[in-house]
Ligand binder design. Structure first.
Ligand code: URA
Length: 220
C-alpha cells in the first residue's frame, strides 16, 4: 500500500516533489523494509515495479552499496541479481567474501529508466533522487553497523563522500566517512562489463577483486 509521503521537501519541479524519505527510527530492519515498500518520497516510484531494499544479515561486518536497482532487480525485488550482480558474486567469492554474510544495498531504492522501444534503459539517478533516498541508507547503516562500507562506483562514492569524490582517484583505500569509520570505494561491477576488450576486462576485474580484499582485511 502506498501512502503519500509527508515531510521535509527537498525540491519541486514540473509537478514532481522530492522529500526526505520517512525512514522510521527503529532498530528493526524488518520494520524499515516494510516502511520502504510504499515509499513515494521521490518521483521514481511512479515508473518502478517496486522498492528494492538492501539484503543481508543484520550481523554483517561488511556493507556494499551500489547505485540503484537495474532492470532485473526491479522485477525480482532484490539487489544485484542481474549481470552486474553475477559478476559481483564471482568477485566476492574470489576475494574470499561470502555474499550470504554481507549486506548489499543501493544508494537509490527504485529503478530509474527511460523507454527505448521495448527496452527499459537505465538512467543515472539525480542528486535529488539520491538525497530523497538517503534516509533509507542511513537507517540500514544505523541498524547493521558494519565494520566496513564498500562503495561500488561513483554514485555510491559521491553519496558517501560528496559530489567531488572520484572513485578512480580514491579507490582501494580505507577512509573514514560520515557513514562508517572504514569506507573503501571501488568501481561499479557494471563498468567491468563495459570494458572495451578482454585484456582490459581481465585487468580491471583483478583490480576490483584486490579492492574487495582490502575491504575484507579492514573488517578484522
Ligand atoms: N547496479 C546497482 O548499482 N545495483 C543493483 O542492484 C544492480 C545493478
Amino acid at each position: 500500500m502506498r501512502s503519500e509521503a509527508r515531510g521535509e521537501i527537498i525540491a519541486k519541479s514540473g509537478g514532481d516533489i522530492w522529500m526526505r524519505a520517512p525512514a522510521p527510527e527503529t532498530t528493526s530492519l524488518r520494520q524499515v523494509v516494510i516502511a520502504a515498500k510504499g515509499c513515494t518520497a521521490c518521483p521514481l516510484y511512479k515508473h518502478a515495479t517496486q522498492t528494492v531494499f538492501g539484503e543481508g544479515p543484520k550481523s554483517a561486518r561488511m556493507m556494499l552499496v551500489g547505485e540503484q536497482p537495474g532492470d532485473q532487480e526491479d522485477v525480482a525485488g532484490k539487489p544485484f541479481v542481474g549481470p552486474a550482480g553475477k559478476l559481483l558474486d564471482r568477485a566476492l567469492a574470489e576475494a574470499g567474501i561470502n555474499r550470504d554474510e554481507v549486506y548489499v544495498t543501493n544508494a537509490v531504492k527504485h529503478f530509474k529508466w527511460e523507454p527505448r522501444g521495448k527496452r527499459r534503459i537505465h538512467q543515472k539517478p539525480s542528486s535529488r533522487d539520491i538525497a530523497a533516498c538517503r534516509p533509507w541508507l542511513e537507517a540500514e547503516l544505523r541498524i547493521v553497523q558494519p565494520d566496513v562500507l564498500v562503495c561500488l562506483g561513483s554514485t555510491a562514492g559521491q553519496t558517501v563522500f560528496g559530489p567531488q569524490f572520484r572513485v578512480t582517484k580514491e579507490r582501494g583505500r580505507v577512509m573514514r566517512s560520515e557513514f562508517a569509520d572504514k569506507t573503501v570505494a571501488t568501481v561499479h561491477p557494471s563498468s567491468l562489463l563495459r570494458a572495451p576488450d578482454e585484456e582490459s576486462r581481465r585487468r580491471e576485474y583483478a583490480k576490483f577483486v584486490d579492492d574487495l580484499r582490502i575491504a575484507l582485511r579492514a573488517t578484522r
